[in-house]
Design a protein around this ligand. Structure first.
Ligand code: AMP
Length: 417
């Protein structure tokens, strides 16, 4: 038997309703916040992701890179932002002086070690807003993410918030971090020893016990922010306070991607379901990304949520039944009459299942109950002749006869009640 590739999953009919509900809630929320929907290719030219400035693990170690039959280097997108910005620039969507708020939903690909809440193919919902930076815009984007989590009735959503300042600030801070960590070099985990050489900021992210005590006394980036950066950050915090967003300033939050600057954040929940992979989403402001992808010198801010994780912590259950009634017939001579009834009921909005198996009455009734239908509509020779339908209540097993002409009114009334 063939099996799905490692780190992927199927959405079976039992699970698909929750996915659709999640997507509907996202589209409704985004409409309310005036964001425009975008769709970009699953793969892009490799250099959209493999840019000189980007050294994150995700881009250097985890991408699915391949050449097509015309020898073009392509990459399955590992994240949404770069492709969206490429598209915004290519389609000249940026209007100077105006913000451009967009959102997307779609799969991403990362060659990671699969575990709970971590896949090689996973879906993200994300937003990007291109335009002049302002604390109120940063706050609005964070509030949007938080409101969405509230709408999904996620248990105690929380925002972890930090500012990582400009590139200049980070250069100074990096020096301070290197000076601080170097004397502890041998006590750090192997991974962090490596990061000390490659990207010391990422040591702050470490989940290793031996690193955490050392990290807790490390210099904080907030102390290295310029006056202007600090005021900006304080204003974001103030607006979040006013909007009653539950957040915690988290000095160790630096985020994985190199393009972030100033405001960075993550969304988490108290839910235990996710274990160590408890980040539901994250994002931040970026200053040079649009320019790097060939656009004007303009800033942007965005976030992305992992949709599998949203589903794991939300209560979007699958409905026990989507079938209202089953039409049951065995008689070949009446199937055209039964089928006409099916079409009439479908067009009045009733969820009808027509049992094309034409098995025994008993088998079809059993199946109708298993589908969770409220009524079975039984159609035989006699019903056909009299232009009626036998309606069996599948809970009480009471049966009554209704004229075919009146059946949809009868059912709509009964089902509505
Ligand atoms: P990132 O782009 O890495 O900041 O990820 C944003 C969000 O996407 C995370 O908070 C997760 O919810 C989700 N995510 C990232 N990587 C994966 C993965 N491999 N499998 C499932 N969800 C993921």
């Amino acid at each position: 038997m063939f099996q799905k590739p490692k780190g992927t999953y199927d959405v079976t009919p039992n699970e698909s309703h929750a996915w659709r509900t999640l997507e509907t809630i996202i589209h409704e929320t985004m409409h309310q916040f005036n964001y425009h929907y975008m769709r970009t290719p699953l793969f892009e030219s490799s250099d959209v992701f493999h840019r000189h400035s980007e050294h994150s693990d995700m881009v250097t170690k985890e991408t699915y890179d391949f050449q097509d039959r015309g020898n073009r280097p392509l990459t399955l997108r590992p994240e949404g932002t770069a492709g969206i910005i490429r598209s915004i620039v290519e389609n000249k969507l940026i209007q100077p002086g105006h913000i451009l708020p967009v959102y997307y939903i779609g799969p991403n690909y990362r060659y990671e070690r699969p575990q709970k809440g971590r896949f090689r193919e996973f879906y993200q919902f994300g937003v990007e807003v291109i335009g002049t930076p302002h604390p109120s815009l940063d706050a609005d984007v964070i509030i949007l993410g938080f409101r969405l989590l509230q709408k999904l009735t996620i248990n105690k959503p929380r925002v972890l918030l930090n500012s990582i300042g400009s590139l200049d600030t980070r250069k100074k801070y990096l020096q301070a971090l290197i000076s601080y960590f170097t004397p502890y070099k041998d006590e750090l985990s192997k991974e962090s020893q490596h990061r000390l050489k490659q990207n010391p900021l990422r040591i702050l992210d470490s989940k290793q016990k031996e690193d955490q005590i050392i990290v807790s006394n490390a210099p904080k980036i907030i102390d290295y922010l310029s006056e202007e950066e600090r005021t900006y950050f304080e204003e974001v915090c103030l607006l979040l306070d006013r909007a009653e967003v539950s957040y915690a300033v988290t000095h160790t939050l630096v985020r994985g991607l190199d393009y972030y600057a100033n405001t960075v954040f993550e969304f988490v929940s108290e839910s235990e379901v996710l274990g160590t992979q408890n980040a539901l989403g994250g994002g931040g402001r970026y200053e040079s990304l649009v320019q790097e992808l060939g656009g004007p010198e303009v800033s942007g801010i965005g976030f992305a949520f992992g949709m599998e994780r949203l589903l794991m912590v939300s209560n979007l259950s699958n409905p026990s039944s989507v079938v209202d009634v089953c039409i049951i017939t065995q008689d070949a001579s009446v199937y055209a009459y039964a089928y006409e009834t099916l079409l009439a009921l479908r067009s009045s909005g009733i969820h009808v299942f027509y049992d094309f198996s034409y098995k025994s009455m008993k088998a079809q009734l059993k199946h109708a109950s298993a589908l969770g239908a409220t009524y079975a509509l039984i159609i035989g020779e006699e019903e056909y002749k009299k232009h009626t339908i036998a309606v069996k209540d599948l809970k009480t097993f009471n049966q009554t006869t209704i004229n075919q002409h009146d059946i949809h009114t009868y059912l709509l009334e009964k089902l509505g009640a």
